[in-house]
Write a protein that binds this ligand. Structure first.
Ligand code: ADP
Length: 438
């Protein structure tokens, strides 16, 4: 403004001087010329400014006379606003990334319960596709009648458990609705399928244990009652001995179940470690002694054992797996059958312990279930031979803790091969006369 006033003043002064010294007409001409020039320059400056206004992101034009100061202030304010907007964008992006990374599903709804946004986990949980489902009611996506009822509540203090079926698979979802902001809603979903499965397994396990222990306990208490009700001298020494043997059998069975349960619980609760080199040939020798005692000379044993082959692991756990497979072979192989025990290094460098028998074999549909706790193909035969139904569950667990795999191949009526294959990094070769680990 000052500059404009000075310019006008100067033109006025020049016109007055010309009017005084030359003549009035020249003075007026200079004044008109000066004002016209000022108007033209202002017009050019304004057109520069209007061009800039169309692309306000660019720096403002320079040399626009009195507008220079105004534009500088506007531009500074614009830059400040820009950096604030950028910062807000960064914050929103980071919040959105955090919401995407949530292990739980999150869905936001407007006041009509229509979907406004959801993260990837929520899409996986519910099958919701934001691109096509945005703006649709959540009740079109979660169609379970329980959810419709839940959604109509006025408040949602508790989550609801929904059982959904997706791609032919059952899924259990814990869904919690929460109001937020102004008439907006947030749905949080959590996949609890595994938790539910574990809970069912736990319940089944407790029921199985109770059942397994109750049977011998019932038999035992039955005998005790009978003995109690009988007059002292009414039993012959032979009968007394017979009852005693039967009671011992039941007690031994309970003991075996409890011992296996304790082994399983130890395996589950102790942290797995790499262990140390174990000369498995020695462990197999001990297990063979037990197996031969159990067999009482009824089976032929063939041994192919590499004595220099050691494996990194926990000896007590390996001993349990080695002996389980061997005693099973004896128990499920009729008289005169052959049991072949092998411990060898494979072409790929892994080490394999295998027990092959010519026993009763297993039908293919039973094979995948053999490692389940208390699963037996023939309950009567298992019990009659002192089985607990936990041996293969223990063996599988031991294998897993040694990064090994339990393979089962069998043909009903023709025999079976059970093998545990240890990966190459666990294999150690030590000559027979040096202690393992030396
Ligand atoms: P159990 O104490 O009953 O033997 P396991 O867990 O060791 O329990 O084995 C589970 C079931 O697998 C057995 O009941 C039996 O039916 C079957 N099985 C295990 N080993 C053999 C084998 N060598 N031959 C045939 N069947 C076997």
């Amino acid at each position: 403004m000052t500059k404009t006033l000075i310019s006008m003043g100067l033109w006025g002064l020049a016109a007055w001087l010309a009017g005084t010294w030359i003549n009035a007409t020249t003075g007026w001409a200079i004044l008109v010329f000066g004002l016209a020039a000022m108007i033209l320059i202002s017009g050019a400056q304004l057109s520069k400014i209007s061009r800039w206004a169309r692309n306000i992101e660019a720096p403002p034009p320079v040399s626009v006379g009195p507008w220079d100061d105004v534009l500088a202030v506007i531009y500074r304010q614009l830059r400040k606003n820009h950096s604030k907007i950028d910062e807000l964008h960064r914050q929103v992006d980071s919040i959105m990334l955090a919401a995407e990374a949530l292990p739980d599903g999150a869905i936001t709804l407007d006041e009509e319960m229509q979907i406004t946004w959801c993260n990837k986990t929520a899409s996986e949980h519910t099958g919701l596709k934001l691109a096509t489902d945005k703006g649709f009611s959540i009740f079109n996506i979660l169609r379970a009648p329980e959810f419709a009822k839940y959604g109509r509540q006025v408040s949602w203090p508790e989550p609801i458990l929904l059982h959904l079926s997706k791609d032919g698979q059952e899924k259990s979802l814990l869904v919690q609705l929460t109001p937020y902001g102004i008439k907006q809603f947030l749905i949080v979903t959590r996949d609890v399928t595994q938790v539910e499965k574990l809970e069912t397994t736990r319940k089944d396990f407790v029921a199985n244990v109770s059942h397994e222990l109750r049977t011998p306990l019932t038999v035992l208490s039955g005998f005790l009652e009978t003995l109690h009700d009988m007059p002292g001298d009414s039993l012959s020494a032979e009968q007394r001995e017979h009852y005693h043997t039967l009671m011992m059998e039941q007690a031994t069975r309970m003991e075996a179940i409890v011992a296996d349960l304790l082994t399983l619980s130890t395996l589950e609760s102790s942290p797995s470690s790499i262990g140390e080199p174990v000369r498995l040939a020695k462990v197999i020798d001990n297990a063979l002694l037990q197996a031969k005692t159990l067999s009482s000379g009824q089976h032929v044993f063939v041994e192919n054992i590499d004595k220099s082959l050691c494996v990194l692991g926990i000896e007590s756990e390996l001993a349990s797996a080695v002996s389980n497979l061997l005693t099973n072979a004896v128990r499920y192989t009729p008289k005169d059958g052959t049991i072949t025990v092998s411990w060898y290094i494979t072409e790929t460098g892994s080490a394999c312990y295998s027990v092959q028998d010519t026993g009763i074999g297993i039908a293919s549909q039973d094979i995948p279930r053999l490692t389940e706790r208390f699963y037996r193909v023939d309950r009567g035969r298992s019990r009659a031979t002192g089985g607990t139904g936990l041996g293969l569950a223990i063996t599988k667990h031991v294998a897993m803790r040694h990064n090994a795999e339990l393979h089962i191949r069998s043909r009903f009526g023709a025999g079976s091969i059970f093998s545990v294959e240890f990966p190459a990094p666990r294999v150690v070769i030590q000559p027979e006369d040096s202690p393992p680990g030396a």
